[in-house]
Design a protein around this ligand. Structure first.
Ligand code: MD6
Ligand code: FE
Length: 216
């Protein structure tokens, strides 16, 4: 796919790193409803929390939770890491719902199951700064992401922070794969477009990112 143009001030041509795949409309409306219900059930067991930035302790605007053996977490003292229990309830994370595993099996092209499903919940003006996913032990497995609910402006760059970036819309049901060279591409969410979907009760957007954490 060809990402749409960014502001004309963009200093250099943008080419998505290889291994980047956008699968628009991967989930139909019924599959989206089914998956949203499964994720809301996970959130009942493992409520969203606001992780805090390493060193500064500034809370992230996105609420997070996890399913799977490992959950991604961050706080001021110990920074970004994976933990095996919910930071507030102390319970192990719920299992990754089967329909979510099915997306990984179909899209990842990797012969081992994911170990983490990070749930990002965007309400109101929540956004996510440009980052790399690099807290995992092995970058040979891709990261597979699933978007549910309101549309978002996703920004994708290269493997250094200075590389040119492009933004494009992610809609409910879209699946994105960062594999190969794009596995370590910088990316973030500039903003969510409120009212573009009715999938999530109370509005907003849920993004699921599926990863391997350990080496198989
Ligand atoms: C989001 N996504 O879509 C944030 N990371 O809300 C990510 O941070 C992400 O979509 C790695 C691979 C795919 C992603
Ligand atoms: Fe990410």
């Amino acid at each position: 796919m060809e990402p749409s143009a960014t502001p004309a001030s963009s200093p250099a041509a943008f080419a998505p790193p290889s291994g980047f795949r956008l699968l628009p409309g991967f989930l139909d409306a019924e599959a989206q409803r089914h998956m949203a219900a499964a994720i809301l059930a996970v959130l009942e067991q493992a409520p969203g929390y606001h992780a805090t930035m390493p060193k500064t302790g500034k809370p992230m605007s996105v609420a997070m939770s996890n399913a799977g053996r490992f959950g991604w977490y961050s706080d001021r003292e110990q920074g970004y890491r994976y933990i095996e229990r919910h930071p507030v309830t102390g319970r192990p994370w719920p299992a990754i719902p089967e329909p979510v595993l099915d997306v990984w099996r179909a899209a990842a092209g990797f012969g081992h199951e994911p170990e983490c499903c990070l749930i990002n919940l965007y309400r109101d003006a929540a956004k996510m700064g440009l980052h790399q996913d690099r807290d995992e032990a092995d970058f040979s497995a891709p990261v597979v992401s699933i978007s549910l609910g309101d549309e978002a402006l996703f920004r994708l760059g290269g493997t250094t922070r200075r590389d040119p970036t492009r933004s494009f819309r992610l809609a409910s049901g879209d699946v994105l794969v960062l594999g190969g060279a794009s596995r370590l591409a910088f990316h973030g969410i500039d903003r969510v477009l409120p009212g573009t979907s009715r999938l999530i009760p109370g509005g907003g957007r849920i993004n699921l990112t599926l990863r391997r954490v350990t080496r198989p």
